[in-house]
Design a protein around this ligand. Structure first.
Ligand code: HEC
Ligand code: HEC
Ligand code: HEC
Ligand code: HEC
Length: 193
């Protein structure tokens, strides 16, 4: 009996925890990060991630689209089966939506890898001040508890390894095998951008 009660509490506590984190995603867009991290923002601009939305426009990446049996003249920028992996936080709180598309979220931006920034961004600001006055640096655990991602594998996999038969256990439809296999077929390595 006692066990059932304790078990009940554990389940409640866990579900509160998971609902809490689900509610907590809040994407803000790369402009917020870029105002401080100017050099990273500059190098990001030259990456494929920065151009992810361009690739969904008609007339772009023609050869790759033909190979992947996609229509090179079609506009895929409003297709819900496409935008999910070509923008920040699709289907998540604060993330990109097709109906009210926001430019700072359109592309695979900072928060797609580093996590939704609303809760931890303020800590970065304080850390910058603390570093100047006291020479101290931030504690990663505090930031991780607020949603900053330091692992990356799950984030990369959700977009890059979502195909049928993938070694990534989170894979689910819509799969990307069609274009993943047939385009450049880059092996997934944790290199920066
Ligand atoms: C939100 C989805 C998403 C996430 C998260 C993501 N990527 Fe990407 N990645 C893409 C898309 C989409 C492209 C292709 C963009 C284009 O060319 O239009 C891409 C392109 C790339 C490329 C360039 C491929 C080439 O052939 O030029 C590399 C390398 C890459 N990603 C590695 C990573 C790594 C490593 C991570 C995690 C640290 C990661 N990506 C996270 C969606 C994502
Ligand atoms: C599950 C995530 C995901 C979805 C959904 C998705 N993509 Fe992608 N897309 C990627 C990734 C990851 C890459 C980078 C491919 C690579 O280099 O391995 C990419 C690359 C591309 C490229 C660039 C290919 C090249 O070689 O230049 C085009 C074009 C593209 N996607 C179009 C689309 C279209 C159109 C759709 C919808 C029909 C779509 N994508 C849906 C993840 C996705
Ligand atoms: C495709 C995933 C990805 C995207 C998009 C991305 N980053 Fe990163 N970032 C990384 C990885 C991986 C590292 C290296 C982490 C490590 O070494 O522990 C990193 C490191 C950093 C660092 C630490 C300092 C440094 O340069 O090593 C900063 C600051 C940073 N990124 C800011 C940004 C900003 C700002 C943006 C958007 C303009 C951005 N990142 C976009 C994956 C990404
Ligand atoms: C007000 C300025 C400011 C803003 C806004 C800001 N940062 Fe930072 N960020 C900093 C400073 C300062 C540091 C270094 C702090 C330290 O090491 O104590 C830092 C550190 C980082 C690091 C390295 C952390 C580590 O432990 O390796 C990453 C990654 C990063 N920021 C990403 C981002 C992302 C993504 C955003 C947007 C969601 C963002 N930052 C917004 C100022 C800022």
């Amino acid at each position: 009996m006692k066990h059932t009660v304790i078990y009940g509490f554990v389940v409640l506590a866990l579900s509160a925890f998971f609902t809490g984190t689900a509610l907590a995603d809040t994407f803000e867009g790369r402009a917020k990060c870029s105002s401080c991290h100017k050099s990273q923002a500059k190098s990001w601009k030259d990456t494929a991630h920065a151009k992810a939305m361009e690739s969904l426009k008609p007339g772009t990446r023609k050869e790759a689209k033909v190979k992947a049996k996609l229509d090179p003249e079609k506009d895929y920028t409003q297709d819900k089966d496409c935008v999910g992996c070509h923008v920040d936080g699709f289907g998540k709180k604060g993330g990109y939506t097709i109906e009210a598309a926001k430019k700072p979220l359109a592309a695979v931006g900072c928060e797609s890898c580093h996590g939704p920034g609303k809760a931890y961004r303020g800590d970065h600001r304080k850390a910058g001040q603390a570093f100047e006055s006291k020479g101290t640096t931030m504690q990663r655990k505090v930031l991780a508890d607020k949603g900053q991602d330091f692992q990356f594998e799950e984030a990369c996999s959700a977009c890059h390894l979502n195909y049928e038969g993938s070694p990534w256990k989170g894979a689910k439809a819509p799969y990307t095998r069609s274009h993943r296999q047939l385009t450049r077929n880059t092996p997934l390595t944790l290199r920066r951008w």
